[in-house]
Design a protein around this ligand. Structure first.
Ligand code: FDA
Length: 503
């Protein structure tokens, strides 16, 4: 195919990509977004766009023959995962040696599959992680802008206290309170008015119908309904789906040249496209963007990239675990898939942890309290390039995960002691594994702000090349990350559109 030349290209349509696309479009700059996943707007034979976690089909995962859900087993039984046929499904699990990274695939990136928790980090921790960023300006301007654009709202406390759908959360809160720990409500991009109608039987159920990691058919304000809809509305933005960017180089005139593989529903490469652009924004996520840049530096297509590209990666200290409750502490057979509360022990300097109270909706009473703990794990890893295979590897080790486990265990040992309860041993495969420490929902870093880039996401050594996604965050942010990623992208775009795009 011939080279398609556009003023601006954006790689990826997650948070970082969506913010870039909207602000470029508003500035009157013609922009093409390249997204390797599909557009999720067409119903399947069952009348639904997405499948539920209880009945996954080919729409669930990115080119798999069997689903790979985070909870592998229940009562040690292999009842969770199902055989599926390969298809560009919405959730991917990218496997490295000792760490799997879950990511969303499709127009909207992670917003399609995530739990919708829209948390603004503690200002002091943000300042610690981003010492060169004007923190006051972030909290005055860019965090509020991000929350308002994303449609963040909070659960009605009275409804929360009374509904069966959050009984599981109230039980975990009780056990935290018994331990002397603090809990806090967390905002969400799931529309709670819709959720209350679901509970009342006046709206089609989504969060109340076990829909989340394979997509929500209703209720969630995903990026295709917020930033990306607005971007398309400018008339300047086009999104190309099922196009995976393979390489980036620079032409002698200083424009960027991208090669993208066009894939079909079977994953077969049906064509290759070349794009040329003056401005290039990378929003492929921590994994997607870092892999592209490490490969570009090491294979020599962008040789002047800073040595810090590919370093500073962390899993936001993620650890998942379950506790077994007493028989009288029922969690309910009905559970909303959208978490609304966390156990906040971040202020405990000896062992900072923020643990989200996670649902485990099975339609049965199971007495399990599930958590996704975010620990302040200081370990970081780097990516390396294998010139033989062209593969990019992540050097994260099992010992680095053990640091997160140690921190989560300290907190939950306290909770178990205070409530005379124990852990669940049956949820994460064979071997009585209590702490799932081999995957993350929160990949962060790889192209850290102020190291691989300047203080605004401009990639060092390459004018008009920008990173706007989770790879800017140095491995840890202490809470669920998408509000931070969105706010940082807003900050980058505000600066770049003023300073870099003069004709
Ligand atoms: P993001 O991953 O969103 O987008 C990258 C996009 O680029 C993807 O669509 C990808 O397909 C595309 N892409 C990558 N490489 C490409 C290439 N070479 N060519 C073309 N396209 C390419 N966070 C939170 O704050 N609250 C929460 O409740 C949760 N819950 C949660 C649950 C689950 C199951 C997951 C997997 C994740 C979460 N998260 C979360 C994390 C959150 O979703 C995540 O931090 C953001 O989506 C990251 O945004 P980015 O813009 O960095 O990339």
């Amino acid at each position: 195919d011939a080279v398609e030349s556009v003023p601006a290209l954006v790689v990826g349509s997650g948070y970082g990509g969506a913010v870039a696309a909207l602000r470029l479009g508003e500035a009157g700059i013609r922009t093409v977004v390249l997204e390797m996943g599909r557009l999720w707007n067409t119903a399947g034979p069952d009348g639904k766009v997405f499948c539920s976690t209880s009945a996954p089909d080919r729409r669930s995962m990115w080119f798999r023959t069997r689903t790979e859900a985070p909870l592998a087993t229940f009562l040690w039984l292999d009842v969770v995962n199902k055989d599926i046929s390969p298809y560009p499904g919405v959730l991917d699990r990218v496997r490295y040696d000792h760490m799997s990274v879950y990511v969303g695939r499709g127009v909207g990136g992670g917003s399609l599959v995530n739990g919708g928790m829209a948390v603004t980090p503690l200002q002091s921790y943000f300042a610690e992680q981003f010492p060169t960023v004007d923190t006051a300006e972030m909290y005055r301007t860019y965090f509020p802008r991000a929350r308002s654009m994303l449609g963040v709202n909070t659960v009605d406390p009275a409804w929360f206290e009374s509904t069966e759908w959050y009984r599981f959360t109230r039980i975990s809160r009780k056990h935290a309170t018994n331990t002397g720990l603090k809990t806090t409500f967390v905002p969400s991009v799931y529309d709670f008015a819709h959720m209350q109608r679901e509970a009342a039987g006046t709206a089609t159920r989504s969060a109340l119908a076990q829909e989340v990691i394979y997509g929500n058919n209703h209720g969630k304000r995903t990026l295709d309904k917020t930033y990306l809809a607005a971007a398309l509305g400018t008339g300047n933005v086009t999104i190309h789906t099922l196009e995976k960017v393979r390489s980036i180089s620079r032409a002698p005139d200083g424009t960027y040249v991208l090669t993208a593989d066009r894939i079909d529903d079977t994953g077969t490469v049906v064509g290759t496209k070349e794009y040329g652009c003056r401005y290039l924004f990378l929003g492929g996520g921590s994994i997607g963007t870092t892999e592209l840049l490490v490969r570009a530096r090491e294979s020599g297509t962008l040789p002047a990239l800073d040595p810090s590209v590919g370093t500073g990666w962390g899993a936001n200290g993620n650890v998942m675990l379950g506790r077994a409750n007493h028989l009288w502490d029922t969690v309910g057979e009905n559970q909303s898939t959208m978490p609304v509360m966390g156990i906040d022990d971040w202020a405990n300097a000896a062992n900072p942890v923020f643990a989200e109270i996670a649902p485990l909706p099975t339609g049965l009473e199971h007495w399990v309290s599930l958590y996704l703990a975010i620990t302040k794990n200081p370990e970081r890893a780097s990516f390396t390039y294998d010139s033989g295979s062209g593969a990019v590897r992540l050097g994260w080790s099992a010992a680095q995960s053990a640091v997160s486990v140690g921190m989560a265990k300290k907190l939950f040992d306290r909770i178990n002691r205070a409530n005379a309860t124990i852990y669940r041993y049956d949820l994460f495969g064979s071997g009585n594994k209590v702490f799932a420490d081999d995957f993350t929902y929160h990949p962060l870093g790889g192209c850290v702000l102020g190291r691989a880039t300047d203080d605004y996401g401009r990639v060092k050594g390459y004018p008009r090349l920008y990173v706007t996604d989770g790879s800017l965050v140095p491995g840890s942010i202490g809470v669920n990350p998408f509000v931070t990623i969105t706010a940082l992208a807003e900050r980058t775009m505000a600066r770049v559109l003023v300073e870099d795009t003069a004709p």
